[in-house]
Design a protein around this ligand. Structure first.
Ligand code: HEM
Length: 191
């Protein structure tokens, strides 16, 4: 029981490391020539990485036959939401200085922003329904609601592919990873 708690604390602290390092670099002005862009893009990357970690836990359980990986699903999913919220906040507060007019103007020019907002609303639904009390309230619908994570992963990839103009390597790597995680689930769970 104690070792389980220690592992939980370890994973929690490790998940905060990207945030702490970015905060340190922001305070020490070490974010390069365009600090707001660096901060914004890094937070988007971490939101996607935590989504990938969350998606990897069920396949890990299937492949190892161990139950422990799924115990971290809620925490890692909430960390994806945490980094996505900071990604959105940096964009609205530091990039656009809360200019809603500019935000609305940006949407037709950069439709990936709309896809980002759609993804964020899915993550919000997942975060709000993640506590045990909500699981109870949602009853048999809870599992269906939480399958929205797959849609969130796919729409994050659309968001990413849409905004990169030339360099496709990074979104392609994430696509292969997410594709493999979905395939493992489909093959083993529908068997
Ligand atoms: C909440 C609404 C969102 C808005 C308004 C938004 C907006 C943006 C913008 C403006 C960029 C940068 C485009 C550029 O400078 O070229 C970006 C990049 C990115 N966003 Fe979002 N985003 C949102 C949600 C999300 C979510 C929910 C995720 C992931 C779960 C995400 C992941 C990313 C990634 C991975 C990148 C690319 C980072 C890179 O190039 O390394 N975004 N987003």
């Amino acid at each position: 029981m104690l070792s389980r708690r220690l592992v939980w604390v370890f994973v929690f602290c490790a998940s905060l490391i990207p945030f702490i390092l970015l905060l340190r670099d922001a305070i020490t002005e070490n974010l390069g020539a365009n600090p707001i862009e660096t901060l914004h893009l890094s937070l988007g990357d971490w939101a996607l990485r935590f989504l990938c970690f969350t998606l990897a836990l069920t396949p890990l359980k299937i492949l190892t036959g161990q139950r422990w990986p799924v115990r971290f699903r809620r925490m890692l999913g909430l960390f994806s939401f945490f980094y996505a919220s900071l990604h959105l906040m940096v964009y609205l507060v530091l990039d656009l200085s809360f200019s809603w007019e500019q935000f609305v103007d940006e949407i037709p020019k950069s439709p990936y922003i709309l896809v980002g907002l759609f993804t964020y609303s899915l993550l919000l639904i997942l975060a709000v329904t993640s506590p045990k009390v909500m699981k109870k309230k949602c009853g048999r619908h809870w599992k269906k609601i939480h399958q929205l994570i797959y849609l969130a992963a796919i729409s994050t990839l659309v968001h990413f592919f849409w905004l990169v103009k030339l360099e496709m390597t990074e979104p392609l790597i994430y696509s292969v990873f997410i594709g493999c995680m979905l395939m493992i689930r489909l093959v083993f769970i529908t068997k």
